[in-house]
Design a protein around this ligand. Structure first.
Ligand SMILES: NC(=O)c1ccc[n+]([C@@H]2O[C@H](COP(=O)([O-])OP(=O)(O)OC[C@H]3O[C@@H](n4cnc5c(N)ncnc54)[C@H](OP(=O)(O)O)[C@@H]3O)[C@@H](O)[C@H]2O)c1
Length: 270
């Protein structure tokens, strides 16, 4: 393996991306961190450089704009960085009824969750090939396995990530490029998740993990070439339950949830 190689993490200034960056730095990996401009990304990169004796570079770009993915790639090439691990983490979450969101929001969500991962993978593929053995970690979500209330667009984007990863893994493994997908349950990352946590049922609260707990599981799973990484016992148990419960019962549960939501909205309107 080359020594001057880098791990590129998208959406690395906050939340899970930030935790992944710290975990990678603690494993002495050089880092290229990408996030929105004005996010203290440079300070964070400098902190990692000083504390972990690695190289860490910050590239500030809005990745929901396709040309900016190309700009990131061009900068990496021009600065002679060799990427051997690509972590497609950036993503926009949401929990709301479809009618409650704006078209602008859904367009951005689909771009960031689906297009950015696809474009970044496409752009960096040759570099990953020439630095093989190399790795791609795509960040999905546990909700890609279920059709959850208020997660219609988000869940669908994460299903894309799941199937994209599984299919790509088969194509790229002969070239010594490992593709893994991590499907975390709820994580305490940003305010929207933590505030939701207060209104969530106890089971969801119990299954919520800190990003700092999930990051080591993610990197360990990736380096061990796991195909699908499900962090947390409860999340694994939910998946097992889902396989066991007959589909008519699942439909009854979701229908009851929907009726519940409709009655709550009716009360709020009155
Ligand atoms: N949190 C959960 O419960 C959960 C559960 C399962 C899966 N996931 C997945 O985990 C990933 C990370 O989620 P998170 O909760 O850590 O999110 P987060 O706390 O909102 O952090 C997202 C990161 O992406 C950056 N970012 C946002 N928009 C960007 C853009 N247009 N261009 C470049 N960077 C951008 C953010 O920068 P700023 O700080 O400037 O916004 C931040 O660094 C996502 O793919 C999400 O779907 C999350």
């Amino acid at each position: 393996m080359k020594t001057n190689v880098y791990t590129l993490i998208t959406g690395a200034s906050e939340g899970f991306g930030k935790a992944l960056a710290v975990e990678c730095a603690s494993r002495k990996m050089n880092l290229i961190l990408v996030a929105l401009p004005g996010t203290q990304l440079k300070c964070f990169a400098n902190m990692l450089k000083e504390n972990y004796a690695i190289d860490a570079v910050a590239i500030e770009k809005d990745l929901s704009v396709e040309e900016n993915c190309l700009a990131v790639y061009t900068e990496v090439v021009e600065r002679n960085f060799n990427v051997n691990i690509l972590i497609n983490n950036v993503g926009l979450g949401s929990t709301m009824l479809f009618k409650e969101g704006s078209l602008d929001f859904y367009q951005k969500q689909v771009k960031l969750n689906v297009m950015t991962a696809t474009v970044m993978t496409y752009l960096f593929l040759d570099m990953l090939r020439s630095n093989s053995p190399s790795y791609i970690l795509n960040v999905g979500s546990l909700c890609c396995f279920f059709y959850l209330m208020k997660k219609q667009v988000y869940g669908a984007t994460k299903s894309y990530i799941y199937f994209f990863s599984k299919s790509l893994r088969r194509e790229l493994s002969p070239e010594y490029i490992n593709v893994s997908v991590i499907c975390p349950g709820p994580m305490n990352t940003n305010k929207s998740v933590t505030s939701l946590n207060e209104t969530n049922n106890w089971l969801t609260r119990m299954s919520t993990m800190n990003p700092e707990e999930v990051a080591p599981i993610a990197i360990e799973g990736l380096l061990n070439k796991k195909e699908v990484i499900i962090p947390g016992f409860l999340n694994q148990f939910f998946l097992f339950l889902d396989l066991m419960i007959p589909s008519f019962l699942k439909r009854m549960i979701t229908d009851a949830q929907m009726r519940n939501l409709a009655s709550v909205s009716a009360v709020q309107r009155n």
